[in-house]
Every structure is written in C-alpha cells, then in structure tokens.
Design a protein around this ligand. Structure first.
Ligand code: 3H9
Length: 698
C-alpha cells in the first residue's frame, strides 16, 4: 500500500485516509492505494463499514491533471468508482474543501455523503475541454435530476454543500465530517441507525419527459460550437444516461471522454490551467514572506485609479484615494461609487456588503494623508516626468517599509525608482482595464526590487482575485510588447493589401473576441497616437513605419468615442460598420509609398500575426523579461483576448513546430529584416530538438 493512502481499523470500521497534498488529486498512486485499501477492507471479516476521508485542506479536487496525456495506470478512475459502487460493506465519505471532478465522482458512489458546511462541490471538467469521465455524467443526473446536473457540468461552477444538500447530493452537514462519518459507521454496526449500500441507493431515471426536455434545452443553449466540443458531448452523455442501459451509458461516457482528452482544445485548456499555477512561482522571491498590507493609497481617481480603488475595497483593504484638488477628488470618488454600484447591479457584490466596503475608502487632496499607508499604487497620467515627480513626493511622505507601486504600462520603472531613496521598495503593478473584468496583473520587477516586495505584489494580486505574472522592465513589459508586435505585423498587411476589416475577420475567425482594429477603435486611437508621437524623435528612419493610424487620427477618426475610427459608428453605437473612406485613406498611403496592393488571405493574416507574436515572445524570453513561455501565453490569454482554447502564441508555435515557424520568419525577413528576423532562441530550440513547452519545465 502506498503512503498517499492510510488505513486505520478500529471496532469494525476501516478508515481510509487520502493524503496527497496539495489537493489530494486522484493520481495513479492514490487510485492504486485506494483500491488496495478497499480490497483489504472487503476481505477482512472484522471490517463491517468503511469511512473514506481526506487529510489536509481538501477532499480530492479531481483527477491529477498532470497525468493526462501519459499512459494511464490501473486502476482507472472509472474502474475504481465501479468497484466502490459494488461494495458489499457500507461506505461513508467525509467531504471538505473542494470536492471537484473525479473527487465528486468518487463521492457519488458512496452510500452516505457527509460534508462540512461551505464545502464546494462541482464538475469543472468542461473548463479543461473534457467531461466528467469517472461516471459523473451518468450518476449525477440520476441522483439530482438532469437539469441541475447539466447546469453543473456545462458551467463547471461548483455549488455549496448547503445547496448540494437541497439537491440530494449531500446527505448530512457536519462541522467535523470525519467524526460524523465515524459515528455513522459505528451507529450502524451497533444496529442503532441505517446505513445504505451504494448499490441500494441506485436511482433509476423516472421522469423521462423532464429529462429529455432538459437535454433539449441544454442543446439549444449550446449554439454553434465546433471550437469547443466538450459541452455538446456532455449533453450527449446525459441523454445516453436516460436512453441506454447503465453499463452502456458508462461506456458511452468513456469513449466521449477519451475523444475530448485527445483534442487540441483540451490540451490548450490544460496548458492554460497549469500556466496559471506555474506563474505563481516567480523567481527572485527566495523564501521571502510578503509585507503586511492593510491600508493602500491610490494616486489618481481616473477610470483606472477608480477601478483599482474599487477592487481594493472589495478585497478588504482600507483605501485612501488622492487627487490634486477637491473637484478632481469628488469626480474620482464618484467614479468609484459608480463602479461599486455597478458591481451590486451585476451581482458581483452582495448588496449587504455595499456599506461595509464603502466605509473602507476615504479621499484626500494632500499627499500627507498617505503617511500611514502600507503601500501606494500610483495610477496617474502616463508620463515619465509626472510619475517620477509623484514617486519622489511619495517617498518623502510614506513611512519606511511602505511599498511604492506604479501602474505604468510602458515606462522604465528602473528610472522611476531612481527618483526615490528606496528603489528596493518600488515595483510595477500593471493592472488591465476594466479592472473588475480583467484578472491579469503584470508584476514588474526592477533591477533592485526587494524579494519581499515581489512576494507582496503576488500576495496583493491573489487577495484581489487576480492572476499575477512576473515581468521584467522594458518598453511595454510582456503584454504591450507582444501587442506592439502583433499590431506592427497587421499594419504591414494593411499597407500590403489587406483591409482592416479582413484583418479583424481573420483574427476573430482564429478565436479572438475582437480584431486588432476593433480593439483600437474601442480603446481610442489617440492613446497609441500620443505614444507614437512621443517616440517619433527616437524612431530609426530606415525602419518601415506605417502611418495609417496617424492619418486616421489627423482626420479626427479617434475611434468609437468620435463616432468613427477604422469603422463608422452610429450615435452612441458600439458596433461599427465598414467605411470606404478608410479604404481610400489606406489606398492613398500605399500610393504615397509606391506599394501595389496584393491579395492577402485569411490564413496569411493569421500566420503573420501569430509568427510576429511568437517571435516577439522568443525575444522577451531571451531578454528574461518573461521567465517562461507559458507566462507569455498567460498574459496574452488573460490580457489581450488570445483564445484560451488555443493556449497562447507560444503553444501555437510549438504545435506548428518551431522549425516551420522559424523558416517562415526567415521568409518574411527578406521583406523586412529588422522586424521579422528570427530571434536566436528559435535556432537554439531547433538544434536541441526542444519546444517552448520544454522550457516551461526548466
Ligand atoms: C477530472 O477530475 C477528470 C475526471 O472527471 C475523469 C478522469 C478519468 N491535478 O489552484 P491552486 C495543484 S479533471 C493536479 O493554486 P487554490 C495546482 O497545480 C480535474 N494538480 O490552489 C497547484 O500546484 P502547485 C477536475 C492540481 O487553493 C496546487 O494544486 N478538477 C489539481 O487556489 C494548488 O492549486 C479540477 O479541474 C489537479 N486536479 O485552488 C480542479 N488541482 O502549487 C482544478 C490543483 O504545484 N483545481 N492542483 O502549482 C482547482 O480548481 C483549484 O486548484 C482548487 C484549489 C479550487 C482545487
């Protein structure tokens, strides 16, 4: 028996404890250990009842995601669940923490389920592009009905033990479920209480009409899929649970599970899951503990500052919002109030929490108000002189040990830190807009940021419910640098012959929610224009420069807010229509440069955009701006709409094969050596037969 499963026998009760930190995932060793422990209990005449429980923070949170794709070790999860379902001795499970995926499927085959209040129960497989493959699609609808079961499996969202109690998924709520399970087993042995076998609790579907109508409704709700096949297969399996004999239903589920596991979509979604976790282990932290942060100052009550302040009060921080005068402060606080109110309206915030959260924010117009804060996040105007001035002033006022964070998107934070006497306390916290919707924060570490300040950046991001990715200092960090490369590639295509509409359609067809020109229109074209003007003096005149965006801005086409940008918008409208004026303007630019438009296919647009992103990603890795390829993928997926089911540009390059992408870059480089020259890392990978994903494991 393996040590991840322990057994204790006492007075006829065999207590089997799963102990596989951190989340008791049902990897091969656990499954093997469990089956061995169960078989020993079944064959031991002294054992009359079995209690299954889990050590540590949670009941198994699912199958071990890291084992997917490797040869399966026996017993498989379905085999283990089947064996348990046939137990001739009653089995009680004691649940706490996150009862997810295979963990819930295991619990489904017990005779009695006891859970601690607040325990989360769910089948989140759909978010990994698969379906519950341990019998969940067959057993859950039988137990709680097709409609709620489909709801759980299609959203992937967990429910609480209390709700599970209402649905019949949990039998008993107990603060100490292990002790309650032990008592239940002993009471049954003493003949004082009933304890059913799982086989006796087997439920057969009764209301076929309601079942089929739930299936039909779910199928209608799926819409056109193809990209993500898992939801449709879940619905098929639930239908099969009604229409097929039980064993055949399980076999049907098994086939569908294996099919989905082999899809590139599932591999990409699993890559995304692991990338999120891997990013939370940044280098340069050592064993440093985060500093204690309770009171945060926010400089600037614009849209971004207000969003950051709203997120902070929502996470329980006390906040002081600073603006230059009473009028600007009132406007800033009003912005926070609006965002806060919207959170209530949209159901993101419990109305009862509204007053409590609001009481945590105060306004100030004098920087001295920051004297007691533990950290300041400045979200002022994106200008080096402005930000340096603010940091110098903050340095003068805030207490020793307080962290100075800047929300700059591009500026050199090493230089900003020079404006202070405490460069070790300076860090970048690059939030994305709108803050409530965007889960990403780039934690930008300077040459001198102290390890505990890095740890604090990650801790604050976690408390805000965000995913942090470590980035080094450069122009645009990871995300905006990747975005610049992406836009440069598509701007070249505009000059070469594509229309912005063709580019947008191609990238939406690839899976982005919006194309690059739709995004520019939404954000406002003047933002990137201001930056280009700022960089103009330093631009190398021999490099290819596409001025189409500048021409649009000069013509007053500043995007949605101006009613026209790359698209034309009706009054207050958000959905733009194509505009022949823009095409004429692009044509004029081509004429001025003597470029004859050529046809550009959707495939070429996608290939060039992806190659440009992957090549920039390779440079970012070489320069150690990102620590690993999966961090770049994560930033693009969480900050820029790169489809999660594609896994990010570095995974896409791996899929195609680094050699093919490198050769394509070489071809493109004949047109423009400066932009398209392959980063040396490609040769390094090819020479060693490696992929970007191999670097993730280093
Ligand atoms: C499944 O069950 C399929 C079956 O139906 C069919 C099979 C035939 N495996 O998220 P955290 C690791 S599919 C391996 O930071 P939290 C994670 O990588 C599975 N490892 O903690 C991290 O490791 P590290 C269905 C896993 O407290 C550490 O645990 N289940 C797994 O914020 C801590 O994770 C799911 O999809 C796993 N299944 O959140 C549940 N889960 O520190 C996925 C976690 O080395 N898990 N790890 O980087 C979660 O949703 C969250 O991890 C959980 C805890 C809510 C449990």
């Amino acid at each position: 028996m393996t040590e991840v499963v322990r057994v204790n026998r006492s007075d006829g009760v065999a207590t089997i404890t799963i102990d596989n930190p951190p989340v008791n995932a049902l990897g091969h060793a656990v499954r093997k250990g469990l089956l061995a422990a169960l078989e020993a209990a079944w064959s031991d005449p002294d054992v009359r009842a079995i209690v299954l429980c889990a050590a540590g923070r949670t009941w198994p949170a699912g199958a071990d995601i890291r084992e997917f794709g490797k040869p399966p070790g026996e017993p498989s999860l379905p085999a283990l669940c089947r064996a348990l379902s046939k137990s001739r001795k009653p089995v009680v499970v004691a649940l706490h923490g996150n009862v997810l995926g295979g963990g819930l499927e295991l619990a489904l085959v017990a005779g009695l389920r006891i859970a601690r209040p607040g325990t989360q129960l769910g089948l989140p497989e759909v978010s990994l592009g698969i379906l519950p493959g341990g019998g969940g699609t067959q057993r859950l609808p039988r137990l709680i009905g097709a409609k709620p079961a489909l709801g759980m499996m299609l959203t992937g969202l967990p429910i609480t033990a209390e709700r599970a109690g209402d649905l019949g998924l949990v039998d008993v709520l107990a603060d100490d479920p292990d002790a309650a399970a032990d008592r239940a087993a002993r009471a049954w042995i003493a003949g004082e209480a009933d304890l059913p076998l799982a086989s006796e609790r087997k439920v057969t579907p009764t209301d076929a009409e309601a079942w089929l109508s739930a299936v039909a409704e779910a199928r209608r709700g799926l819409g056109p899929s193809g990209r993500l096949p898992a939801p449709a297969r879940i619905v098929d399996c639930v239908e099969a649970a009604l229409l097929l004999p039980e064993d055949e239903g399980h076999a049907f589920e098994r086939v569908a599970f294996k099919e989905l596991l082999a899809t590139p979509q599932s591999a990409a979604l699993r890559h995304a899951f692991l990338a999120e976790r891997r990013a939370q282990r940044p280098s340069g932290v050592g064993g440093a503990s985060p500093r204690e942060i309770e009171h945060v100052g926010v400089v600037g009550g614009g849209f971004m500052g207000a969003g950051i302040a709203t997120a902070l009060i929502g996470a329980g921080y006390k906040v002081t919002l600073l603006e230059r005068d009473a009028e600007a402060l009132a406007a800033g606080l009003a912005r926070v109030a609006t965002q806060h109110e919207r959170a209530v309206e949209k159901g993101r915030l419990d109305p009862e929490m509204r007053e409590e959260e609001w009481a945590r924010i105060e306004g100030a117009t004098q920087v001295e108000a920051f004297h007691p804060v533990d950290m300041v996040i400045e979200a002022a105007f994106e200008d080096e002189a402005v930000k340096s001035g603010i940091l110098a002033e903050l340095d003068r006022v805030v207490k020793p040990g307080a962290i100075l964070a800047t929300n700059t998107s591009y500026l050199d934070i090493n230089r900003l830190a020079d404006a202070t006497s405490r460069p070790g306390d300076v860090i970048g916290l690059h939030f994305f807009s709108p803050v409530h919707a965007m889960k990403l924060i780039e934690v930008v570490v300077t040459d001198r940021t102290e390890p505990d300040v890095v740890a604090t950046g990650f801790a604050v991001a976690k408390r805000l419910g965000k995913v942090a990715v470590r980035a080094g200092v450069c122009d645009g960090f990871i995300g905006n640098r990747m975005l610049t490369a992406y836009r440069t590639a598509t701007d070249f295509l505009l000059e070469d012959g594509a229309s912005p509409y063709e580019v947008d359609r191609a990238m939406v067809a690839f899976g982005f929610p919006l194309g690059p020109y739709q995004v520019l229109d939404m954000a406002g074209l003047d933002i990137s224009w201001a930056r280009r003007k700022w960089l103009a003096a330093a631009r190398d005149p021999t490099r290819r420069y596409v001025a189409i965006g500048d021409r649009l801005c000069e013509a007053g086409r500043l995007g949605q807010k101006a009613g026209r940008g790359y698209y034309l918008y009706s009054e207050g409208g958000r959905k733009g229509v194509e505009d022949s004026e823009v095409l004429k303007l692009i044509e004029a630019e081509r004429d001025a440069k003597g470029i004859v438009a050529r046809p550009v296919s959707e495939r070429e647009i996608q290939k060039r955009a992806l190659a440009a992103m992957a090549n920039e990603g390779a440079r970012i890795l070489e320069e150690k701006i990102a620590e690993r390829p999966s961090d770049i993928d994560l930033v693009m997926m969480m900050g820029y709409g790169f489809p999660r089911w594609r896994g990010g540009p570095m995974l896409v390059a791996d899929r195609e094969d680094p050699l093919m992408v490198r050769d394509r870059l070489r071809d493109y480089a004949r047109e423009d050596e400066w932009f398209w020259r392959p980063a040396p890392l490609w040769d390094e990978l090819i020479k060693n037969g490696r992929t970007f994903d191999d670097l993730n494991a280093d």
